[in-house]
Design a protein. Structure first.
Length: 77
């Protein structure tokens, strides 16, 4: 969604955040996408994305984060 702007403005930091979360759970396609987005980000952007991923994980728990993100993906096709 965030990488190509489906239903939202393009935001590579948010895209990297979600790709990073999914890659941490073993999602290979997300890992490849994360690697492709990385050159588009500054060091500060990467740090921001990593902090946001950590915040999501700590606040919601990893299982909730992923079930919610998959629900969002399904809803936006």
């Amino acid at each position: 969604m965030y990488r190509v702007g489906i239903g939202t403005p393009v935001d590579n930091v948010k895209a990297y955040t979600w790709f990073n979360l999914a890659a941490a759970r073993g999602h290979e396609e997300a890992d490849r996408a994360r690697i492709m987005v990385l050159p588009l980000l500054s060091r500060a952007d990467v740090i921001e994305a990593q902090k946001e991923a950590l915040r999501w994980t700590e606040e919601m728990g990893s299982d909730h984060v992923f079930s919610r993100s998959f629900d969002m993906l399904r809803a936006n096709g």
